[in-house]
Write a protein that binds this ligand. Structure first.
Ligand SMILES: [Zn+2]
Length: 395
């Protein structure tokens, strides 16, 4: 079920015969390249084989003309500990999600922990413990960036300084705790930002009994770095308010699987109409009441491409390079110096699409043939996607 804490070094890895190289960069989503060279988990070259130093590799992978894309990033998850979630009493959900092409997950708060502490010392201790635990334990090799405290009334600037010094880099969704007023949230978000902690705000109706509505005025006043699930988690704000958020805020526009699908499409359209597609990032908001969706990010890409009219190669950028840039991650883009985290995909067997990108634009999800994290193969043919027509082989 799970693997390895420490990452063993990959050595030199050469990936050749790539049929379609997706870059993760929304300004240039497709690269004219067929080869990737990796050294100890980092990309050292991307280009045509004749232009790359492919000598003396430890591992060679023949991509067999399939697509290689930066590993998908789920911008919004709620992990607890290990590869277990109490939300739907499920084991192995992170490893299962890796089989859906996700190589990095970002916690929006460990809110499902039974008996989650709400006093300030307790919430800080939980955040630090979660950060440490997931840093040292990576189910399926997935990088789970966790330790995201939920804001509660009474927190002072010193608390944010303490958290930052202890290695906490994220806030849990603002609005899930007792801090729900715009002015109070703004003050704490600013303290977090001052100390290098990134913030996300819950947007829309309550997710579970006991949580509350966060409306557009609170989202704008709080000014968190990410407008979390702008399409609701699950219940969305009215469309006009979602458009107003896209227009008046410059922050990240996060669209999630466990939200309102119609508003997901409309939010993407609004961001594109405003000429800021680089602000769109994708999450699942899982595990959730609707379950755990290991293919949630791929399904969002297919949804936005097929019904939202977004070219498939751009939709992949929403879940890779956009998220990496917005959240300062060393992955998500196909360029030297970045982490060698990749998903190998091909058109699913018997899709009506003639190519991978066409199949996604028709609403089918791709078949995953291999997932690599830090230059190490973490799975071959996915146990969760429909079977890929062709899969890469390790030579
Ligand atoms: Zn939420």
């Amino acid at each position: 079920m799970a693997q390895a804490a420490a990452t063993p070094a990959s050595g030199k890895v050469v990936i050749r015969n790539v049929g379609l190289m997706l870059s993760g960069d929304i300004d240039q989503p497709i690269l004219q390249a067929d080869t990737i060279v990796i050294d100890d988990g980092l990309i050292t070259a991307v280009g045509k084989e004749a232009d790359c130093d492919i000598s003396q590799p430890n591992v060679v992978i023949d991509a067999r003309a399939t697509c290689v894309c930066p590993g998908l990033i789920d911008s919004h998850v709620h992990p607890v500990f290990g590869d277990w979630t109490p939300r739907q009493n499920q084991l192995g959900w992170i490893d299962s999600t890796m089989n859906g092409g996700v190589t990095t997950m970002i916690s929006a708060g460990e809110v499902h922990l039974p008996g989650r502490p709400k006093d300030i010392v307790g919430l800080k201790a939980l955040a630090i413990t979660a950060q440490r635990a997931f840093d040292a334990f990576r189910p399926g090799g997935v990088k789970v960036l966790a330790g995201a405290p939920v804001l509660e009334k009474g927190m002072v600037e010193q608390d944010f300084e303490d958290l930052a010094k202890s290695g906490v880099k994220l806030l849990g969704e603002v609005g899930l705790g007792s801090v729900k007023a715009g002015e109070e949230a703004h003050r704490m978000v600013a303290w977090a930002r001052k100390h290098g902690i990134q913030s996300t705000i819950h947007t829309g109706g309550p997710s579970i009994p006991g949580s509350g509505l966060i409306d557009k005025d609170v989202v704008l006043e709080a000014d968190a770095d990410i407008i979390g699930h702008i399409n609701g988690g699950h219940t969305a704000l009215p469309l006009a308010h979602v458009c107003e958020l896209c227009e008046k805020s410059t922050r990240g526009i996060e669209i999630v699987h466990n939200g309102n699908e119609r508003i997901a499409i409309e939010a993407a359209r609004a961001a594109i109409a405003l000429k800021c597609p680089h602000r769109i990032i994708l999450g699942t908001d899982g595990p959730a009441g609707s379950g755990v969706q290991p293919l949630g990010i791929l399904r969002m890409i297919a949804l936005l491409s097929s019904l939202g009219g977004v070219p498939a190669e751009q939709a992949f950028c929403f879940a890779t390079g956009n998220t990496a840039r917005m959240r300062n991650l060393n992955c998500g883009l196909m360029e030297p110096g970045r982490a060698a985290d990749f998903v190998f995909m091909d058109r699913a067997q018997h899709t009506a699409g003639r190519t991978l990108l066409e199949s996604v634009q028709l609403g089918d999800i791709p078949g995953v043939g291999m997932v690599m994290i830090d230059g190490i193969v973490r799975c071959g043919r996915s146990r969760n996607t429909p079977p890929a027509t062709e899969i890469p082989v390790v030579l």
